[in-house]
Design a protein around this ligand. Sequence first.
Ligand code: LER
Ligand code: MN
Length: 274
Amino acid sequence: MISSAITLSLVPEARGGPFVFWDDLEAGCAKAAELGFDAIEIFPSHADDLDGLALRDLLRRHGLKLAAVGTGAGWVKRKLRLTDPDPHVRMCARDFIGAAIDFAGGFGAPAIIGSMQGRWGEGPNPVPREQSLAWLKEELDQLGPRAHALEVPLLYEPLNRYETNLFNTVADAVNFLGTLRTQNVKLLCDLFHMNIEEADIASALRLAGPHLGHLHFADSNRRAIGFGHTDIAPIAAALREMNYGGYVSAEVLPLPDSETAARQTIASFKRWFR
Ligand code: LER
Ligand code: MN
């Protein structure tokens, strides 16, 4: 069964980004539960900033699950990326994501690698694409088993061309996953990025098939589903036919405000998946 989730950012530097709830974990959880969401997806400054016991209690009180933990703050706040030419930066990136894997894993949830994948061919010491991909592969082959030990997948997210030049499409990302030693890295497909990069979103999701581990549920303009022009019917049909059993998580702009974006998301979720 497909479950619903909604994003909550605890990162001041990410202000303006695609997160529905902001700053206040308690208030965000209360609102998510009131509206009927199954889970929240948290975007922390660092996993070590999160109080695991307090979060466990909060989730229990509100009948929520943890859907995933984002690691984008490693890039936004610290400029860490898994494909940085500097080995020290790559090591810090690995440690940052490792902490997110360990924290999320304690809740049965995966960590997400999105922005922290980086880009190739930039900066003062640009390297060829093949070198960046070799580093990405090396890091995923270390981090995937770390997640596996906690019985959770690790999520890798292809992004649109303006955010990475490593992998933009599901087809290319699926091929890349096939080159890894670990089989524990799953795809996070974000409908906003897919709207830019895929010829046909539903076909791309079918291609992802069993590799699909998580979905960012966003309309063409990165607003709540129903507030843009993406045709959700064939996408929902594809997810149902695939027997997708993960989360559709609203990583969307809080427009016109957080509550309206959240209400629109849960209404769309119920319409398409219940
Ligand atoms: C970034 O655009 C994004 O979609 C995030 O989920 C990645 O961290
Ligand atoms: Mn995303």
